[in-house]
Design a protein around this ligand. Structure first.
Ligand code: SF4
Length: 380
């Protein structure tokens, strides 16, 4: 049963140099047709058990005021919004004013995720963002003024040319805004991005790994100082403000993905929608269904994913929930790996949770390979 809904709005005012998401420059795009197709797609899902909605992209706030209003109406038509425990919309600095914020508020959105990335204008420029640091601050203030307290700020580190001092300043600027949640990711140079081409041409170089590790260390320490605890590798929150929607992914629960290129996981099947805009609109209009590929998840994959995703959370994997889901204990499935990881000091267990130790977190993939299974585990 799907607990979360992800809605993809694939339009942006500008294209950032590092971004490999499914997105299109908004100018001259069939945005209204897209919203109508979304309306039709959402009508095909069962939503009565939904707990969270996350509208991301792209940039949902790149839509016009009328289109934001339409989007809010579409979601409210299909989703029991008053029963939701969390309703997030991604916002880019500079493209929301009072009007759009009021529409989000009226649509019962209760959480904003604001894409700040860095508080240095030169770096914003270098990564192709279309806003200034000042606009990022103004957006946070405008959001507060419109009644949004539950705000998350997205940051990036390991940017070409970024120094420790720059990063420290960005963290301090972010903390001066006192958001209850921060997500911070290191730059990854992905294919089909400008950065990838520039990297191949030798025009940019990622920061050395050690420097990036130092930046991560600073991130954890600095945010902790301000009362934001790491609860997942890249996510930090004050008590009670961790992301409920993302928790659905990390706890390997099911969710609906709607929109061009969105991914979902329903009734044991992972699926992906078609990515190109026109194909998406056409598929919905003609078949009522934009799904391009499906993958029934085997028990082996489900258990492996349970461990990989769950161990990203600092609290770890609940042994009780594991037993309820799979009818056996984690040790039944991984008799040797659990012991080995504990002996090496990578894994610990307390209060019904198996979690990575500090050393385990640093090793990351090496620990995760212990939880790959050679064959399908027996069905208990
Ligand atoms: S990072 Fe966000 S704003 Fe930039 S291109 Fe990607 S989706 Fe658009």
């Amino acid at each position: 049963m799907a607990k979360g809904l992800y809605v993809h709005i694939p339009f942006c005012e500008y294209i950032c140099y590092y971004c490999d998401f499914n997105k299109f420059l908004i100018n001259n795009q069939p945005v209204d047709e897209y919203l109508e197709a979304l309306d039709q797609e959402l009508a095909s899902y069962k939503m009565d058990q939904l707990q969270t909605v996350y509208i991301g992209g792209g940039t949902p706030t790149a839509l016009s005021v009328e289109q934001v209003e339409k989007l809010m109406q579409i979601v409210s038509r299909h989703v029991p919004v008053s029963q939701l425990k969390e309703y997030t919309v991604e916002v880019n600095p500079g493209d929301v004013g009072e009007e759009k914020l009021s529409l989000l508020k009226a649509g019962k959105v209760d959480r904003l995720s604001i894409g700040v990335q860095t508080f240095h204008d030169t770096q914003l420029n270098k990564i192709g963002r279309g806003h200034s640091a000042e606009e990022a601050k103004e957006t946070v203030q405008a959001a507060r003024k419109s009644g949004f307290d539950n705000i998350s700020i997205d940051l990036m580190f390991g940017l070409p040319g970024q120094t420790m001092k720059d990063w420290e300043e960005t963290l301090d600027e972010a903390m001066a805004l006192a958001p209850p949640h921060v997500s911070a990711y290191s730059l990854k140079i992905e294919k089909q991005t400008r950065f990838y081409n520039w990297w191949r041409e030798g025009k940019i170089a990622p920061l050395p790994e050690e420097e990036e590790a130092d930046m991560y260390e600073l991130l954890v320490a600095r945010l902790e100082n301000y009362g934001l605890q790491a609860y997942e590798i890249s996510n930090f929150a004050r008590a009670g403000h961790s992301s409920r929607h993302n928790r659905i992914y990390w706890q390997n629960e099911e969710y609906i993905g709607a929109g061009a290129g969105a991914h979902g996981y329903i009734n044991g099947v992972r699926y992906a929608n078609v990515k190109p805009l026109n194909h998406y609109i056409q598929a919905v209009q003609e078949k009522g269904n934009p799904v391009q590929s499906t993958h029934p998840v085997t028990r082996k994959e489900q258990i492996e994913e349970e461990m990989f995703l769950g161990l990203r959370l600092y609290e770890g994997v609940s042994t009780e929930r594991f037993y309820q889901k799979y009818g056996c204990t984690v040790e039944d499935i991984y008799p040797e790996s659990i012991q080995e990881a504990k002996q090496k000091g990578w894994l610990a267990e307390a209060d019904g949770y198996l979690f990575l130790t500090e050393e385990g977190k640093l090793l990351g993939n090496e620990v995760f390979t212990l939880f790959l299974l050679d064959e399908e585990p027996e069905n208990n």
